[in-house]
Write a protein that binds this ligand. Structure first.
Ligand code: IVH
Length: 728
């Protein structure tokens, strides 16, 4: 690669610049949820940095984004005594309790005060220790006095900065009582100040500089500690549990257990795959002048690059606090993560000091806990569901009951062990609970309500769909149908393959797949591409038009691209992101198929479990045959970049996409541009070369017109791709 020929000084400068740029995009993506560049462009930055570090290993530093995931498991965790104990919070369960807490605070101070109301995130608390602005240690709460050092695991959390942004840190006696402001070194342009992420200043995050200048850290203080709650978001939790059930492992009961179980992993690669996240809420900086308020501290954290919760609210009165609690309690369903209450804090640092703390918990803060989302209902039956990999999952069929705003009629029973542990029987009254899951879980049986002698639940020994004897692998909790021809497994596989984020064959729903498989027309994904119009038009509820639409969709899906294809194959442990990583690395399905587990596990972000699973999948003769069939029917099995004949007609050109394109998804359009050497950015500037305009284009089109940036309609854009020539 060209960068290997850089001089050491050039390489050093380039590595620093890339680290800044990657840190900037990590913040945009993981902290602000407002990415500016495509995954592809991000990967290019990362690859370039890796290449430089490979050529000059002496440049590797712990704050490099390439060092987030350590390749070697640790043997155990050391312990660490907290500089200040990590206290807990007193709980309140009613408005009356909250009023009592408020009255007590007011007895302890004669100052008027405001409140900061924060979500109580249901995860595990963590302490992050920074020295010279660089993350050096991550410690669990432990017993509050001593915790475990889990630095390697904490480093994998992408919303945690490995190095903070250079901000003015206020040292003792340094003046103003207003929020900390950005101070940058002389040679870096001042950054636009970021808004407070407090709801009261309800503004979307403003654009940060898209070309991050090197930021230097001011000298003081050399060391500080940030505390926050590490959690697993509900979608990640759901995906993890699904994968665990398919693998025959015990699912986690809730996202909190999943997060703390993950933090105890000795292998950081597993932690990295679990995609933990954090919200920070506390800063301890000995020797620096304390912030005047909790709010200022949170603003500082946000500006230094830490993720703070955007639903935080400054409340002038207790009534406002109560209104906030009620609001969050009704809206918690819509959040992407679990919250079990609201933490109410006195805002002023001075008043906090006056109100004081006990040895266990601060008096100036309290948790207002929500009621558990539980309901009681009758179990009418158990359905034994067969999954894509043959796993048998028992599902509770319930007497419909209202739970947290929705009517629930099904709940998860997970597996045989769970059924035995609960001793759940059809006819029982059961308690169901919702926590992060899409469908709730049965957590308890009300044995005292059992009517007489209900028959014990018998787990099936044969597949409820195809009758094949079930097997249970050593060490697994799940029973599976091992049949290659089980129609249900094939149906689930086809549905996965054609999913929106995989090959995206729209219109191929349950009912159609049922018919295609039941009539023997489809036995594997390659069969889809051999379907003829006549065969499809004959199916129930299919008219000529819808049949030809479906054929068209199937045809189009051949171009979905290698990353999506890899995901679509349904290899265990390979999700959307891993699909992209593998496609980016190999560029060709045949090359991936030939890779050894060792080769695979040497790839950045691919852990041992994933590597083994991928290699196993391709060793299997039926899968090898499938790969050949997919190639034979014309499915694209190479990335565009790998098809060396793509002319680099967009080399160095910047594109912006706006509005909806009729024939291409945003990802597909970006990929095509990138394959031809161009770059897609999110906002229009003078540097933009083309804006591709779809329907319902908004302000970006206006801006392009104002700046005189050339625009392309979708038809024009496609014509250029087709001819692979720019008129320009
Ligand atoms: S403040 C001294 N703020 O709740 C104050 N804690 O029950 C200590 N938690 O151990 C914590 N979200 O793990 C605070 N916004 C938040 C929180 C929060 C979750 C957890 C934290 C703490 C536990 C106390």
């Amino acid at each position: 690669m060209s960068q290997i020929s850089l001089s050491f000084a050039e390489a050093e400068r380039e590595a620093l610049r890339l680290r800044e740029e990657i840190a900037y995009h990590d913040e945009r993506y993981y902290v602000l949820s407002a990415p500016e560049i495509s995954d592809y462009d991000y990967d290019q930055l990362m690859k370039r940095l890796q290449a430089i570090e490979t050529a000059h290993p002496e440049l590797i530093s712990p704050d490099s984004p390439t060092q987030r995931v350590s390749g070697r498991p640790v043997e155990g965790f050391e312990t660490w005594r907290h500089q200040r104990p990590m206290l807990s919070l007193d709980n309140t369960y009613s408005i009356q309790d909250l009023q009592d807490w408020d009255a007590r605070c007011r007895r302890l101070t004669d100052q008027p005060f405001e409140y900061v109301a924060e979500l109580k995130i249901d995860g595990l608390s963590i302490s992050l220790i920074y020295e010279n602005g660089v993350l050096v240690r991550g410690v669990t709460r432990g017993d509050g006095t001593t915790g475990e050092v889990v630095t390697e695991n904490v480093r994998t959390i992408r919303s945690i900065p490995l190095k903070i942004k250079g901000l003015g840190f206020r040292v003792q006696g340094s003046g103003s009582e207003t929020a900390a402001v950005n101070e940058t070194s002389d040679n870096s342009p001042a950054q636009p100040s970021q808004p407070s992420l407090f709801e009261s200043d309800n503004e979307p995050p403003t654009q940060l500089s898209s070309n991050p200048a090197p930021r230097t850290l001011n000298p003081e203080p050399s060391s500080f500690e940030v505390r926050g709650e590490v959690f697993m978001s509900n979608p990640v939790f759901h995906e993890l549990n699904q994968a665990r059930e398919e693998r025959g492992e015990m699912p986690f009961a809730n996202p909190r257990n999943a997060a703390s179980g993950t933090m105890k992993q000795l292998d950081a690669r597993i932690v990295a795959e679990r995609k933990l996240d954090i919200f920070c809420y506390d800063l301890i900086a000995e020797g620096s002048k304390p912030f005047a308020s909790q709010r200022e501290m949170l603003d500082w954290l946000r500006q230094a690059g830490f993720k703070t919760n955007p639903r935080t609210r400054l409340c002038a009165t207790l009534e406002e606090v109560i209104a906030y609690c009620n609001e969050i309690e009704t809206e918690r369903e819509k959040l992407e993560y679990e919250t079990d209450g609201v933490v109410v804090k006195v805002n002023s640092t001075k008043v906090q000091g006056e109100v004081g703390s006990t040895s266990k918990a601060p008096r100036w803060a309290v948790a207002y806990k929500f009621a558990a989302r539980q309901a009681t209902t009758r179990l009418n039956g158990i359905t034994w569901q067969v999954g894509r990999t043959g796993t048998i999952t028992p599902v509770a069929e319930l007497e419909p009951v209202l739970l947290a705003g929705t009517t629930v009629s099904r709940a998860s029973l997970h597996n045989e062990d769970q059924i035995r542990r609960l001793d759940v029987r059809v006819g029982d009254m059961v308690v169901i609970e919702k926590s992060g899951e899409i469908i709730p879980q049965v957590i308890r049986v009300l044995l005292e309500k059992r009517d007489g002698a209900l028959p014990e639940t018998v787990f099936p020994t044969t597949c409820p769909v195809c009758g094949t004897d079930l097997i249970r692998l050593a060490g697994e909790v799940a029973w599976r149908c091992p049949s290659e021809t089980c129609p249900k497994k094939i149906k689930e596989w086809i549905l996965h393959f054609s999913g929106r984020r995989m090959m995206k064959i729209e219109g191929l729903g349950d009912a159609l797949v049922d018919q295609l498989v039941d009539r023997g027309l489809v036995r594997n994904p390659a069969d889809l591409y051999r379907l003829e119009l006549g065969q499809v038009a004959e199916l129930d509820r299919m008219a000529k038009k819808s049949a030809s639409n479906l054929i068209e969709q199937i045809e189009q899906s051949k171009q979905a691209g290698l990353a999506k294809l890899i995901y679509a194959l349904g290899i265990r442990h390979v999700g959307e992101h891993t699909g992209k990583v593998l496609a980016g690395h190999f560029g060709d399905l045949d090359k991936l198929a030939a890779a050894t587990p060792e080769e695979l596990s040497n790839i950045f972000e691919i852990g041992g479990v994933v590597a083994q699973s991928v290699a196993d999948w391709f060793r299997y003769p039926a899968n090898q045959a499938l790969v050949e069939e997919l190639k034979a029917v014309g499915v694209v099995t190479q990335s565009e970049q790998a098809q060396s004949d793509v002319p680099q007609i967009f080399a160095g050109k910047q594109f912006v996409l706006t509005g909806t394109l009729a024939t291409l998804s945003r990802d597909a359009a970006s990929e095509k541009i990138a394959a031809r050497g161009g770059r897609v950015t999110s906002s229009v500037s003078k540097k933009t070369d083309y804006v591709v305009v779809g329907t319902e284009a908004g302000s970006k089109l206006e801006k392009a017109q104002k700046l005189g940036v050339p625009t392309l309609t979708e038809v024009e854009f496609l014509a250029i791709l087709e001819s692979d020539q720019t008129q320009a």
